[in-house]
Design a protein around this ligand. Sequence first.
Ligand code: NAD
Length: 472
Amino acid sequence: MKSHDGMYIAGEWRVPVGRDAIDVRNPADEQIIGSVPAGSAEDVDAAVTAAREAFPGWAATPPAERGARIAALRDALAARRDEIAETITAELGAPIGFAGAVHADLPIAVAGSYAKMAAEHSFEERIGNSTVLHEPVGVVGAITPWNYPLHQIVAKVAPALAAGCTVVLKPAENTPLVAQLFAEAVHAAGLPAGVVNVVTGLGPVAGQALAEHEGVDLVSFTGSTAVGKRIGAIAGGAVKRVALELGGKSANVLLPGADLERAVPHGVANVVRNAGQSCNALTRMLVDAARYDEAVERAVAAAESFVPGDPSHPDTRLGPVVSAAQRDRVRGYIERGVAEGARLATGGPEAPEGLPHGYYVKPTVFADVTPDMTIAREEIFGPVLSVLRYEDVEEALHIANDSVYGLAGAVWAAEETEAVAFARRLRTGQVDINGGRFNPLAPFGGYKQSGVGRELGPHGLLEYLQTKSLQL
Ligand code: NAD
């Protein structure tokens, strides 16, 4: 895989101040496929300086012209769609079909949506004798994770650019190659130097330096709740804006009249997708006692239809998880589930058959899970489903809401109106009704400890704007 040994700062690949490097490994065969520089605080400082210098010019660029540059960025990404998919398959382990259809196509669509929004959004409104201006917040420090590596970059950078902000991006250690490819696309799109800068590096070094930098006006972070809390505290201490997209433990509530034949395989596929590494994965399936055994049986059959294998093969639907650390973490949770008394209905902590190498985890379904168990409370981030039993609808609601998280959820019922009525009582930022599909324009973000702020669509644009009122 192609990689740069420099940092993309002020429109060029600069020699980094930091001497260290980060090796990138293919999780399917554990081989090193590239290396990127580990940026230091000095590298972050150079990038923030470039972003600050570029800010006045970019903020003053007419929104329609900003939109045209974002459209050029979308086109530059679209032209390299297959390369994006191959890169993400190589560094994340996502199956190639899914990598193309989701990891590449989704961010290309999101970039397109912000190209249009930049041109069409009204950056001014009138309230009584005031004209209210919607102005860019300033320099954005974007810190992104590895699980949807390009999507999470574009979900921050595209609205920031549409708003008139400039950006310093610190991508995840495990997936820096697609971030470098993104920087190349930024360059090809002709964005002015310094408008987007990319500093690869370790979270506690480069990430922390970016969050703490005085020249950053807004920190937008996606990742674990533990790091999110630290970043929130740093931003709070400096009175800077912050957006946090954190973890989840989302409930998939199958109400008594739900069509189990559809709902159960749909729910299992949701959990196994991306090897379970989705913050909005529906990892708690709630089923009424009367049909509990049937649901578990269906879940086992659905999970066993996902055979782990080489993600570069077009037929593969379940690849490895991203790293050895992540594999060990997921297997540790599976062992904990067994130790706490849940019934292992399929899967388990051992390596899948025939795959001694690579960071593979068996698709796993736990039955007889109670709400107090660790596997019902903590985000596992692997292909592991917990099936819980409820006696009546009020208990289902209580279990669903009994979480520190509130990112997503799903409700299935015989009637859509019944599912919607239940969804209104869920304390989460998104709910899919009877298998409703992902909408890249709908606001995405969490209640409770799942985060602060919203990404995507017009709500995502507002995160990067602040208002100024002129009284006339
Ligand atoms: P993480 O939170 O450690 O990393 C996310 C990003 O934050 C990376 O770019 C990382 O370099 C950076 N970072 C780490 N420490 C930092 C610090 N002190 N200051 C500033 N930036 C810092 O997540 P991870 O270790 O990659 O994954 C651990 C767990 O987090 C996963 O198992 C999963 O449960 C969760 N996770 C959630 C999401 C999500 O989308 N909600 C995404 C990735 C991981």
